[in-house]
Design a protein. Structure first.
Length: 132
């Protein structure tokens, strides 16, 4: 992945029990960057966790008004929690506020976007994945 995207990608070190890697994909068009994005998808009986990683660029994120809250990860990294998610499609990525929770943070030049789709989980659970 790092070779394809010129970004030092790394999988999360901690996931909730029962989640296994289902797919790893590379999209040549990023969500928030002009370069590509690498996607790891983990699934379980409870839901799906998607981890997007791309070059960090700019501070502009598009999401519905009132759906973003700011947090700080255990290592001091600023992060944003968003009710909703970006979904991949033929023309790129589009925003959807339905049944998804997202955490976004930049670390070491890499923007990581963690999306959870499934029954709602507590924000600290998503922050724990992001902090790993």
């Amino acid at each position: 992945a790092s070779r394809k995207s010129d970004t030092a990608c790394r999988p999360p070190a901690a996931l909730p029990p029962g989640y296994t890697l289902n797919a790893s994909l590379y999209y040549p068009r990023g969500i928030t960057s002009s370069t590509g994005v690498f996607l790891l998808t983990y699934t379980s009986d409870e839901g799906t966790i998607m981890v997007f990683q791309e070059a960090a660029s700019g501070a502009d994120l598009a999401a519905s008004v009132g759906s973003i809250d700011d947090y700080v990860l255990a290592d001091g990294t600023p992060a944003s929690y968003i009710q909703g998610a970006w979904t991949p499609g033929a023309g790129g990525f589009s925003w959807s506020a339905d049944d998804a929770q997202t955490v976004v943070f930049d670390r070491d030049g890499v923007r990581t976007i963690i999306e959870y789709i499934g029954p709602p989980v507590a924000v600290p659970e998503l922050l724990a994945i992001a902090g790993s």
